[in-house]
Design a protein around this ligand. Sequence first.
Ligand code: GLA
Length: 730
Amino acid sequence: MQTDKITGEIATGIHQQAGNKSWLLVTEHSSYALGVTEEGLLLQLYWGARLPSFNDLPSVQLPAERSSQDVTLTLAREEYPALGGLRYGEFAAQAVFADGTRDIDLRFEGAEIGERQGLPELRLRLRDAVYPLDVILSYRVDSKNDLIIRSASFHNKGDEAILLERAFSAVWHLPAQFTPRHLTTLAGHWGGETRIQRQPVVAGTVQIESRKGVTGSNAYPWFAIDTQATEQLSEVYFGTIAWSGSWNLRVSTRITGETAIAGGIHDHDFAWTLAGQQSFETPDFVAGFAQDGINGSRHRLHRYIREHVLPQPQASQPRPVLYNSWEATFFDVTEEGQSKLAERAAELGVELFVVDDGWFPARNHDHAGLGDWRIDPQKFPNGLQPLVNRVNELGMQFGIWVEPEMVNPDSDLYRAHPDWIYHFPNRPRSEARNQLVLNVGRQDVQEYLITVLDKLIGDHNVSFIKWDMNRPISEPGWPEYVAAGNNGREVWVRHVEGVYTIMDTLRARHPNLSIESCSSGGSRADLGILERTDQVWSSDNTHPDARLFIQEGISHILPGRVMGDWVTDTPSDRVWNEIPLSYRFHVAMMGMLGIGGHLMHWSKEDLAEAKRWIAVYKQIRPIVQDGEQSWLISPTATEGNWAAVESLTTDASEAVVFAFRRTNPFWEVAPRLRLQGLQPTARYSVQSLGQTDNETQEYSGAALMNQGIALPLGRSSYASCILHLRLINR
Ligand code: GLA
């Protein structure tokens, strides 16, 4: 066992106790311990702040039965409780064996320590006491980011099928405590995603979920549970499920204060037939522990996503400033119109020009065309290439919108293959936005989509696709599959696997391709999709007032380089009031900057100002996209009137601060803003960017963090600023 020579402290990584029956997973600031009881049951022993050694861990024992109503197996903190016996708490797995037995009895079988995807991995094999079912629990340890990444795989070692009815990724246990805890989750709807919800953790169960076949915007597969000391100091347990289909996350607390969090692929209408000698693997459930508050949990997840989730090499390159034509032209897409927009965009410094919906045949409205991924000869009589060439000549990359999982009934694809969508033979095929969902679980559908998308990308030098998904799955039937004796309830999982396969194949064939995940805005923002996409469209709502809420929420999951934000027009039919261009830019510059306004309608002054802000963005982009983002003033907590966000380089040598005040009815002066994470004794230069009067000031890190900094916001409504801090090397 590796220990520090001076302190005797156990090193980070995975440690196995003599006897190979208990393990300590050690990260820089946390420890997670588990062990096997003499009955062969696997229990969690500890999760929290880092422990110096194995010695202090409790013995691995089942708790005593408290009463015949409070039985041992329900009180035990089992790592992967499977439904069976006297278990009434949260459980991770449920199955039916070939003889009808609906009871699993998993016992420890063996452990292996290795490495997977660049992280050390502990694999614990559990085996049913009687039936040929093995479950392997995987624990990968990201020491630097204080994260444990868990998943489970099911292996049918026999010949008869086993029906899995629940296959969650993990159950996590939090110790009981007297100080109250709070649960934070994200909720929303189309045009109003990722709004922060906070509630006290009390006895009972909170369930958040999606049953739509896509991650969804009504809830997000993310949680944080904190015990607050001050705003910056609190113990936080947090986690997220890496799955882009239906998911379920349950937080259950006993009257005695213990909390268990269970989650993974939703078991709603789910069943998986595990044929003899076959395996089933769950997605990852990533969770961590931090003592530096909700911003600390944010930093850890962001770093993990950048370092281990996002596709390379794109994740190491700056994300380009994009222009998207949707709000400017909607379905009225023409070669001439797009070329003119492209010329304006290039003058401003845009690097990626994206043609949104409307470029394929019959797509003059949302009633027709989805599925026929060919260039519309009416809108592009010379094909798409002249536009692509123009965009490339202007020095920009070319991007295009697609919605591969969908068809309109009014499309050639649907007329040719009405059986390619999810349906039940004797039920109507429910339309939403006039469209139906392709059964992407089918191999022929996957092959079709790979062929047409590959051709679109290859023929037109496409560097970027915006992959949309505008409706949930309904009537989840696959008649041929069921007729062939298969299990129809597998479709929810097969759909997601199909989407992943198509994206992975396209990326393998086009290594420079980037993909944006969009689902009517931010309805598919999860770590599963982030393994194969480079950015996420946060919301169709680009109103800066709404965006501050949405961006605060989504930033719990998405790092700056992934969070797609646009500057759009005001007033418009979506934003009724006039909002200064600088304010709109500042809000959009907090993530991956895009422009979505109609540039042909912008005044000379606006274009000149936009050019300046884009130049400023490029200057601060490395910090905004890859720095540690801390929300210093929460719009949620200030009812949207205030927001302040700091992004800091890892070595604390440079920071960018965005600050916003929406209205000022009482003519008040802004309070000083206390920054975070700076080197206390170092001196920093502070400059307000994009201002004519941008005199540089100098302060110590300690003064900036404790005394705070005056915000140059003036007294007006819609006031905002960007401050740039640089460590002064003397
Ligand atoms: C969805 C997206 C929008 C846009 C439209 C096009 O609503 O969220 O950004 O692409 O589809 O139809």
